[in-house]
Ligand binder design. Structure first.
Ligand code: NJP
Length: 231
C-alpha cells in the first residue's frame, strides 16, 4: 500500500522494528526520535522520511505532523511508541526523573495525538496505535513512576478511543511484556534474553496485525508476553 505512517521512537528497539516492517509492507514511513544519525541510517533502509524531534515538545510534535503532510499530503497511521523508564524505590526517584518519564510517555503521546487528530477528523479516517506496557494493567515494586506513567498513557488512549470513534478513527493499545531492546539502558542481544524476552520484531508483527484489520474491525487492545514471563 502507499499508506503514510509516523513511528515515534524509531531510532532503536521496538520503534525501529515497526518502521522497518511497515516500510517492507510498502508504507511511507516517517521515523521520529531525537537521534539524527540513527534515523539517517534507518531511512536508508525504509526510503522514507526522518524527523529529529522530541515528542514531549509541542512545537516538535506539530512540526512532525506538518512535515509529514507537506511531504506526503496525508497521514494514515500514528504509532506512539517513544517511551522511557527506570526503576527504583520511590524515595530514591529524583523529581526530574518523574518529569522525564511522564513528559515522554504521557505528554508525548498526548502531544502527538493532539497534532494528528485534526487531520484524521478531516479525512474521517485514521489509526492511532499506542505502545504502552503490560504494566499499564499491573503493579510491582520499583515501578511506581514508570507504572503510573503507563496507566496514565493507557487511560489517555482509552478515552481517546471513545472520543474519536464517531469520526472514523481507530485507536489500538498494545501491551508488551519484556522486550529485548535498549530500554532502561539495557543492551539487547544476549543469549539469556533470547529465552526470556520478546523480540522487537514480535511487536512489529502485532502492530502490522492491528493495522491490517478490515475497515469494520478494530482491535482495541492486544497484550503479548514471552511465554516464559509470569506477570
Ligand atoms: O526502548 P528503546 P523500547 N522524543 O530504549 C525514543 C515500551 N515497552 O523499544 O530519542 C522522541 O530501545 C528513543 O529515541 P531517542 C516502552 O515503554 C518496552 O523498548 O533517539 N523519541 C528510542 O528510539 C516504550 O514506550 C518494554 O533516544 C524518544 C525509543 O524511544 C516502547 O516500548 C516493555 C524520546 C526507545 O527505544 C519502546 O521502547 C514494555 C523523546 N522524548 C513496554 N524519548 C521492554 N523493552 O521490555 C525516547 O512493556 N525516545
Amino acid at each position: 500500500t502507499d499508506q503514510v505512517a509516523i513511528v515515534t521512537g524509531a531510532s532503536r528497539g521496538i520503534g525501529r522494528a515497526v518502521a522497518l516492517l511497515l516500510a517492507l509492507q510498502g508504507a511511507k514511513v516517517v521515523a521520529v526520535s531525537r537521534s539524527e544519525a540513527e534515523l539517517a541510517e534507518l531511512t536508508c533502509k525504509t526510503k522514507g522520511l526522518s524527523i529529529v524531534a522530541d515528542v514531549s515538545d509541542e512545537l516538535d510534535a506539530q512540526h512532525v505532523i506538518a512535515e509529514t503532510l507537506r511531504n506526503f499530503g496525508r497521514l494514515d497511521m500514528l504509532i506512539c511508541n517513544a517511551g522511557v523508564g527506570s526503576f527504583n524505590q520511590l524515595e530514591d526517584f529524583a523529581s526530574a526523573e518523574w518529569d522525564r518519564i511522564f513528559d515522554t510517555n504521557v505528554k508525548g503521546t498526548f502531544l502527538m495525538c493532539k497534532a494528528a487528530v485534526p487531520h484524521f477528523k478531516e479525512r474521517k479516517k485514521g489509526h492511532i496505535v499506542g505502545i504502552t506496557s503490560d504494566v499499564a494493567k499491573r503493579t510491582f515494586p520499583h515501578g511506581t513512576v514508570y507504572g503510573a506513567s503507563k496507566f496514565a498513557q493507557d487511560a489517555l488512549l482509552a478515552s481517546l478511543r471513545k472520543e474519536v470513534r464517531p469520526h472514523g478513527i481507530k485507536v489500538t493499545t498494545i501491551y508488551p511484556g519484556l522486550v529485548d531492546t535498549h530500554f532502561n539502558d539495557t543492551t539487547p542481544g544476549s543469549p539469556e534474553a533470547e529465552k526470556t524476552h520478546l523480540r522487537p520484531s514480535d511487536i512489529a508483527q502485532a502492530v502490522r496485525y492491528v493495522l491490517e484489520a478490515p475497515a469494520h474491525v478494530v482491535v482495541d487492545e492486544l497484550m503479548l508476553h514471552p511465554f516464559t514471563q509470569e506477570w
